[in-house]
Design a protein around this ligand. Structure first.
Ligand SMILES: Nc1ncnc2c1ncn2[C@@H]1O[C@H](COP(=O)(O)OP(=O)(O)OP(=O)(O)O)[C@@H](O)[C@H]1O
Ligand SMILES: O=C(O)[C@@H](O)C(=O)CO
Length: 435
């Protein structure tokens, strides 16, 4: 069968999150990093997810990269295109969700798309167009302090209207409650009135199923990974997708275990604190990195001593720049937002490169931008998606040039994962190795 879904994700952890849900719904899924230059083995692939780093870059760059990915996916015959962004709608008034969605619609000559950021399994729901994280409105969820794209407005119709010159409207819950046909009729009516972008209410999995049934034949859908969980059943119903066993099997894992965290999201801060209660950690500080005070070398020495010394144990260690909002703000005021972020990303990416070359084989990275930097530094082009650790975060595997064994990699979105995620992730992988 041919490629069913081609997805364009605006960051790395977001791509993995979507790929994870597709695998769990039975689609054999390959995640590629950027648009690949050469041939890919696509015989047994139902969905391809292209991971871009286009969430926080200038809008014109995000548009160019997304259009390149679109051309490639359409040339491979993808039946539907999915523009994946964050379940917390991470963007600024300059974009990039609106400009990218508009450019994709134009290129596909499609009249309308849906915006479905909700991921109920992770507490992201939308009601009356307002995005909630758990029981908090988006702007009161911690996302108002995001280092790169603070989200200070939970009304997504209003947020998106600032990013596009085209009309934006709502597909409200009462319509969804009447089923897929009612939803379709509402979407059609709005399209006939020239509404290009439909923000969709979503309270639970049942709403996602209704939405998936209503939009499975749209050329372009957009949103979080929740919609990705519901679409495969619709593809199967239409005879586009075979049923396969275990779409996410990986090879056994090995090598030293390391966690790198550049995420300052609330969930990550809790995970860092929890991990440090029982494991060793090393703090990176952007101000010290800017002064060139040798922090990266110290972090390397710290990790080598614990991971590779002959009497070193199996215990994972953590190197992190994750910090509370006041510390992040202080660094940003001194260095600038982008420069502070880049310093940290560069340091963590460099550490990943060196330590993987020296024997780290199991690596957890926290933060979407951070994951992007690490994956680029490691030269990773493709990831096979495996077992889920927590909703939205699977183990993945890839082969690094010059290494015999695969690198097992978990890319954790900032706000995903239980409080014990960092230690539990490795337990989950170790269990997989038991006979
Ligand atoms: N102490 C710090 N001071 C300033 N910036 C920091 C600090 N620590 C990390 N950063 C930067 O903050 C940004 C965090 O973004 P990142 O996408 O990695 O995490 P996140 O937003 O929590 O994750 P996600 O995008 O998956 O939700 C990165 O650019 C990182 O380099
Ligand atoms: O949708 C989400 O919340 C995540 O997949 C993500 O994009 C965070 O970077």
């Amino acid at each position: 069968m041919s490629l069913v879904l081609g997805a364009i994700a605006d960051d790395f952890t977001g791509a993995t999150d979507l790929a994870n849900n597709l695998v769990r719904a039975g689609m054999r899924t390959l995640q590629v990093i950027g648009v690949p230059g050469g041939e890919l083995p696509l015989d047994d692939v139902d969905a391809l997810v292209v991971a871009l780093k286009s969430r926080s870059c200038p809008a014109d760059e995000a548009v160019d990269d997304s259009l390149t990915a679109l051309d490639w996916l359409r040339a491979l015959g993808a039946r539907q295109i999915f523009f994946k962004y964050c379940s917390t709608f991470d963007s600024t008034d300059a974009g990039n969700i609106g400009p990218v969605a508009d450019a994709l619609l134009d290129a596909m000559e499609a009249r309308q798309t849906v915006m479905v950021p909700a991921f109920p399994a992770n507490g992201r729901t939308v009601y009356q167009g307002h995005l909630f994280v758990g029981d908090r409105l988006l702007n009161d969820s911690g996302m108002q302090n995001h280092p790169l794209n603070p989200m200070t407005d939970a009304d997504l119709v209003r947020v998106l209207a600032r990013q596009t010159p085209h009309p934006v409207a709502l597909l409200p819950r009462p319509v969804l409650a009447r089923g897929a046909e009612a939803a379709q009729t509402h979407l059609d009516d709005q399209a006939a009135q020239g509404v290009r972008h439909m923000i969709c209410d979503t309270l639970d999995e049942a709403d996602l199923e209704v939405l998936a049934a209503a939009v499975a034949e749209y050329p372009l859908v957009t949103g979080g990974s929740g919609l990705g969980q519901a679409l495969p059943a619709e593809y199967r119903r239409r005879g586009w997708l075979e049923t396969v066993d275990n779409a996410g099997r990986l090879a056994p894992a090995g090598g030293a275990a390391l966690v790198l965290s550049g995420s300052c999201s609330r969930a990550t801060l809790g995970q860092v604190e929890h991990f440090l209660a029982t494991h060793d950690g090393f703090t990176l500080d952007p101000l010290a990195l800017a002064e060139g005070s040798g922090q990266v070398e110290q972090a390397l020495a710290f990790a080598r001593e614990r991971l590779f010394a002959t009497d070193g144990g199996e215990a994972p260690v953590l190197i992190y720049a994750s910090a509370a909002p006041d510390r992040v703000k202080r660094a940003q005021q001194r260095l600038g937002v982008a420069a502070a972020g880049e310093l940290v990303e560069r340091a963590l990416a460099g550490l990943a490169k060196t330590l993987v070359a020296e024997g780290v084989g199991r690596l957890v990275v926290a933060g979407g931008e951070t994951s992007g930097a690490v994956v680029s530094a490691l030269g990773i082009r493709e990831l096979r998606i495996g077992e889920q650790i927590d909703p939205g975060v699977p183990w993945t595997q890839t082969y690094i040039k010059g290494h015999e064994s695969p690198l097992s990699l978990a890319l954790k979105s900032g706000n995903f994962g239980g409080v014990d995620f960092f230690s539990r992730a490795f337990d989950a992988l170790r269990e997989e190795r038991l006979p």
